[in-house]
Design a protein around this ligand. Structure first.
Ligand code: SF4
Length: 423
């Protein structure tokens, strides 16, 4: 593993540009995602006496406003990469096009250091493309690649064309993410803890954050106030993996102090259903939560076990009742159901959807994608060894219904239709 922690600690007087690359995929939606790790690092470097700036190719490619502060993002069709050539869907670049990105860069002073972040492993082509453009425009700059893809696929990431690839967790004193580098952002992103105490077999949380750590409360609060005080932010999305863990000491006090701001709150990551009772459902409602996603995953015992046995059917029904009694509408309570996990049958997904619908929840299919470093990835790679060499084969849209043979495209569509029925 390559770790440049001491390089970042010593860096002073440099001009540093952070870049969030475009996304190459079949589909992309703004789910309040922002490159928080990159923003933490930029803040750290700024406090250390460096000059920092940011280009977020997704944000700069926004075309219009969607609900809850989010944006639609421009896209253009691009040729499908060879491993996905058989998938009968259009492949696109989301965010700034190549020329636009190059033009934007050319109008800026040359930085000394460029930090390129990365997210999904199967988005690496957007990362490679960004690095190529950066290299052309700023040949003398040192380019450092980090982020989720670099961490999970360290050897593959060496092909990106960066000068340095950060593949270990950075051991730095992170404080407040530099959200002030955005101009015109209409939502904020909050993190009250890092990692997750559970160990679900399909999730990379523990590979990325081996230890669950609560963030100091005063930092979370300062972060929240800074983002809200920008004047344009009304929506806040929590990006914790385990938001409700230890909720009395962490989340409750934050929600109490947030009340005067009357922010609209969202939880794009699924909430741990077992933690929701009447009292907590009422707190969520009174605190201004607008959209809630619940982690149920499956009514199938095998899949529940792979998911740390974190919720039973009875617990799910009880939580749903509590949330409805607190005043949440069915439409605001989406429930994640996994589809395509190794060993999972189509029938099992269908039963889970029917169960959630009967219970009065709103099922949302989450298509499985094998993530390196997880038990489920190893199972998937045993059946398809090419996964170890080619991250594109993990693409969420393509894996279950086109590549792995877990289900046919028609079966997946049938499950999606069943989940949407009556909405
Ligand atoms: S799936 Fe959710 S509960 Fe399970 S380890 Fe990942 S973040 Fe934690």
């Amino acid at each position: 593993m390559a770790d440049y922690t001491s390089f970042f600690r010593k860096l002073k007087g440099a001009s540093v540009l952070g870049v969030n690359p475009p996304v190459h995929d079949f589909a992309f939606f703004d789910l309040w995602a922002k490159p928080a790790g990159l923003l933490f690092l930029l803040d750290f470097l700024r406090r250390g006496g460096n000059e920092v700036s940011l280009i977020d190719c997704i944000f700069e490619g926004r075309t219009g406003e969607l609900s809850w502060g989010r944006n639609s993002v421009k896209n253009e069709e691009i040729p499908k990469p060879a491993p996905l050539s058989a998938i009968p869907r259009r492949y696109r670049r989301f965010g700034l096009g190549e020329e636009e990105f190059a033009g934007l860069l050319a109008r800026r002073p040359a930085p000394d250091i460029i930090l390129v972040t990365s997210m999904m492993t199967y988005w690496y082509e957007g990362v490679f493309s960004a690095i190529k453009t950066l290299r052309q425009v700023f040949p003398a700059a040192r380019i450092i690649l980090g982020g989720v893809y670099a961490r999970l696929c360290p050897e593959h990431a060496l092909r990106a064309g960066a000068d340095m690839v950060q593949t270990a967790p950075l051991d730095l004193d992170f404080s407040l993410p530099a959200f002030d580098l955005y101009r015109g952002l209409k939502y904020g992103v909050l993190i009250t803890s890092f990692g997750c105490p559970f160990r679900c077999e399909y999730c990379a949380s523990s590979a990325l954050e081996p230890l669950y750590k609560a963030r100091p409360r005063d930092l979370t609060m300062a972060d929240t106030i800074t983002q809200l005080a920008s004047g344009e932010v009304r929506d806040l999305a929590f990006y914790d993996d385990a938001l409700l863990w230890d909720k009395r000491s962490r989340l409750y006090p934050l929600l109490e102090r947030l009340k005067p701001w009357r922010a609209r709150l969202h939880t794009p990551n699924g909430l741990h259903v077992r933690e929701i009772d009447d009292e907590y459902a009422a707190i969520l409602k009174k605190s201004g939560f607008q959209t809630i996603r619940l982690s149920f995953e499956s009514s199938d015992a095998l899949i529940q076990h792979k998911g740390s046995d974190k919720v039973s059917e009875d617990e799910y029904m009880a939580a749903l009742d509590s949330l409805k009694r607190a005043g949440f509408s069915e439409r605001s309570l989406e429930t994640y159901i996994l589809a395509g996990v190794p060993g999972q049958s189509v029938d099992s997904v269908e039963r889970s959807i029917r169960f959630v619908r009967r219970a009065g929840g709103l099922p949302r299919i989450a298509e499985f994608s094998p993530v390196p470093g997880t038990v489920s990835f190893e199972e998937a790679a045993e059946a398809m060894p090419a996964l170890r060499e080619e991250p594109l084969l993990s693409n969420k849209t393509a894996y279950s219904s086109w590549l792995s043979g877990a289900m046919t495209p028609a079966e997946l569509q049938g499950l999606k239709d069943l989940a949407k029925k009556g909405r």
